[in-house]
Design a protein around this ligand. Structure first.
Ligand SMILES: Cc1cc2nc3c(=O)[nH]c(=O)nc-3n(C[C@H](O)[C@H](O)[C@H](O)COP(=O)(O)OP(=O)(O)OC[C@H]3O[C@@H](n4cnc5c(N)ncnc54)[C@H](O)[C@@H]3O)c2cc1C
Length: 321
């Protein structure tokens, strides 16, 4: 019998929370097809995370492939492992949350298997028809995938995290020697931050071109830290070097869906909205009352950030003390 196989990501022996919407999307596909849900954990030592995955989420089996070549992540090694798992498990649908990791390796695995991939799925219409945004989110397309094997990535902001379900068994796929295709990680430069990851934060505070220069982000950082959130930015701000590129939110940056998104001096271009409009509550501060960001904002303040933010920080501080 064919299966739906979800590729999970782990950190420190635990599942990354952003995997859960991908499991929820896969569950909908599995239910529509009437086939079981299986999970896949890859890593040098996948056992601890596999046990966590097996404790819930309603999968039949959690498969593991353990190989030192799978850490640190390279798209080549992961794609090779996913191809092995697809064949061994007998999966007909393979996917997960559209994170930067899975966006990188799943298309490679799909290409190796000559299978179609539907990227950034926002709704599951049936077992083979999925909705995805096109033209930077201006329109939605229902795409029907045909083939014995199909791939998907699901947009994390559009599916509720998978709820707890029945426990699964864990099964190791042995005898796999992962092919790195000659790719070797020679070093990793990690951004040190005590803040939560942008894609996992409950609160995101983002600044745009209107912040004018990097040092002005200090007041946004103060607000971010007071709210226990993550700092984000528009592409105009990252391109101008005000903040690092990995803070970019949007179509070509990170897709976020926090409970609270505060956009400061961001106009609300369609490419930025594509990355944050799934946020539960959106607050916008902009000096231009006509800025498009106000069309998606739940709360808007027409003001210069220089006037509004210090008072905002003060009020939050007062409320917290
Ligand atoms: C293929 C493609 C992909 C893209 N991907 C992304 C993406 O992933 N993410 C993204 O963000 N963009 C992306 N862009 C760029 C996007 O089109 C916009 O150019 C960008 O989002 C604009 O950023 P911004 O809102 O900060 O700047 P602007 O559009 O210049 O807006 C600045 C805003 O600040 C306000 N402002 C100025 N001064 C103040 C002040 N003192 N106080 C308060 N408000 C003030 C202004 O009124 C204005 O609304 C992409 C573009 C393309 C073509």
């Amino acid at each position: 019998m064919s299966k739906v196989l979800v590729v999970l990501e782990t950190a420190g022996g635990k599942l990354r929370p952003h995997c859960l919407p991908g499991i929820a999307a896969a569950k909908q596909i599995a239910d529509a097809r009437g086939i079981p849900l299986h999970l896949l954990v890859l890593g040098a030592d996948a056992s601890a995370a596999a046990e966590i995955a097996a404790a819930g989420y309603g999968a039949a089996t959690v498969h593991t492939i353990q190989d030192p070549a799978l850490e640190p992540f390279t798209a080549e090694a992961w794609a090779d492992a996913i191809v092995h798992a697809t064949k061994t498990v007998g999966a007909s649908v393979i996917g997960g949350t559209a994170s930067s990791t899975l966006r990188d390796c799943l298309p490679r695995a799909a290409a190796v298997l000559d299978a179609p991939l539907c990227a950034e799925v926002v709704a599951v219409k049936s077992g083979d028809t999925f909705t995805r945004p096109i033209s930077a989110g201006r329109a939605l397309l229902d795409e029907k995938l045909s083939g014995e094997i199909v791939f998907f990535t699901a947009r994390g902001s559009e599916f509720e995290p998978a709820a707890a379900g029945a426990a699964a068994s864990v099964s190791a796929i042995d005898g796999v020697s992962v092919d790195t295709r000659g790719v070797e990680v020679v070093g990793i430069q990690k951004t040190q931050s005590s803040r939560p990851a942008l894609t996992e934060a409950d609160v995101v505070v983002s600044g745009g071109r209107g912040m004018r220069e990097g040092p002005n982000f200090k007041v946004l950082e103060d607000l971010t830290d007071l709210l226990g959130g993550a700092l984000g930015a528009s592409r105009a701000a990252t391109d101008a070097g005000m903040v690092p590129a990995d803070l970019q939110v949007g179509q070509t940056g990170k897709i976020v869906a926090p409970n609270l998104y505060i956009a400061v001096a961001i106009s609300g271009a369609i490419q930025h909205l594509a990355g944050m409009k799934g946020s539960k509550t959106i607050v916008a501060i902009n000096k231009d009352a006509e800025a498009p960001i106000f069309q998606v904002a739940d709360y808007g303040l027409v003001a210069k950030w220089e006037d509004a933010l210090p008072r905002f920080v003060e009020l939050v501080q007062a409320r917290k003390s």
